[in-house]
Design a protein around this ligand. Structure first.
Ligand SMILES: Nc1ncnc2c1ncn2[C@@H]1O[C@H](COP(=O)(O)OP(=O)(O)O)[C@@H](O)[C@H]1O
Ligand SMILES: [Mg+2]
Length: 319
């Protein structure tokens, strides 16, 4: 993971609806993606994720700024197309072809020699768990299978970068999980992956680096761990009690990194909130025991990317 394989400089897209109405979909974004990375663009609907992928994959015309794929400008459509593969949001498999034919035809189009494409098809069908279905037509395919086939097809010409646009939207939890496994497997084999998602758990789990996008701008970009550190307060543990004594508060304040124990009174319990993570659990219970506190429950609240999004925008990520 070293040299940038994607570099974007002030990339901008304005869609003109008519002579006086325009949509500023992407507002001069700049960032780079390293080779071998799983990079995620995370943001709500309408943030500009698909438009960004569209420009990087030459489907959408750039309004201003530039982007480079392995050093080649995205304005050089023909050269860039050879280096990339895109799995779009919508299923665009050829329904008149079988599973295997979908792969072979794609490879033919990219000029992959016969023996190589047959071998590559075997390999990818196996990997994506579609070998048994290779002679079926894709009409009856579930969303999960269609996504796996679209990924297999996109990899037939061995792209340098794989672009996945909302690959798991609409999938059931099991198919989603399976697709995550496949993405990780591909990346372990060296594949650079650029994905978009509006699921914060997906970005958190899969990506080495995440750019948070909203209203055409990048609000923050870093590793999931560093992004979550940006949330004020951070992780906390909540101790639910029948009653609270001064001895307990004193003891907990000594454990708390910020020395700040927050108290919240609820109908039949008192909740004390302490900054920290699971490593402090044992210490908290020891203090509670020493203070002879009546503990009703302990909850660990881990910061999520959703918390960061709310912190940055004042809104929730999901609509
Ligand atoms: N072809 C288009 N013509 C006009 N406006 C568009 C077009 N495609 C997208 N938009 C608008 O651009 C903005 C960003 O859309 P999009 O890139 O699809 O966001 P996302 O993928 O994050 O949901 C939205 O306001 C959307 O309505
Ligand atoms: Mg989109």
């Amino acid at each position: 993971m070293e040299k940038p394989v994607i570099q974007i400089e002030s990339l901008t897209k304005v869609y003109s609806l008519d002579s006086h109405r325009r949509v500023d979909a992407v507002k001069g974004i700049s960032f780079s993606v390293k080779q071998g990375e799983i990079f995620g663009l995370l943001g709500p609907n309408g943030a500009g994720k698909t438009t960004t992928i569209g420009m990087l994959t030459t489907r959408v015309r750039v309004t201003s700024g530039d982007g480079f794929i392995a050093g080649i400008s995205i304005r050089d459509e023909v050269a860039v197309k050879r280096l990339i593969a895109v799995v779009p949001q919508q299923n665009n498999l050829d329904r008149s072809l079988t599973v295997r034919e979908n792969l072979i035809f794609h490879a033919k189009y990219f000029g992959v020699p016969k023996q190589e494409r047959e071998q590559k098809a075997d390999e990818l069908l196996e990997m994506m768990g579609l070998k048994q279905r290779q002679d079926d037509y894709v009409r009856a395919f579930s969303g999960g299978m269609a996504q796996r086939l679209m990924i297999a097809r996109s990899l037939m010409h061995e792209p340098k970068i794989l672009f996945l646009d909302e690959a798991t939207t609409g999938l059931d939890p099991q198919s989603r999980r399976l697709l995550w496994d496949k993405v990780n497997e591909l990346n372990a084999g060296g594949q650079t992956i650029f994905l978009t998602t509006h699921y914060m758990d997906e970005a958190d789990e899969l990506c080495h680096c995440i750019a948070i996008m909203d209203h055409g701008k990048i609000l923050a970009m870093d590793t999931p761990g560093n992004l979550k550190k940006m949330v004020p307060g951070g992780n906390r543990i909540e101790l639910e009690l029948k009653d609270v004594s001064d001895a307990l508060i004193d003891g907990l304040q000594k454990l708390d990194r910020a020395g700040e124990v927050n108290r919240r009174d609820e109908p039949d319990k008192v909740v004390l909130s302490i900054h920290g993570d699971q490593t402090m659990m044992a210490g908290i219970m020891r203090v509670a025991q020493q203070a002879q506190a009546d503990v009703l429950g302990v909850k660990l609240h881990q910061v999520t990317l959703e918390d960061l999004f709310i912190h940055l925008t004042g809104r929730r990520l999901r609509d």
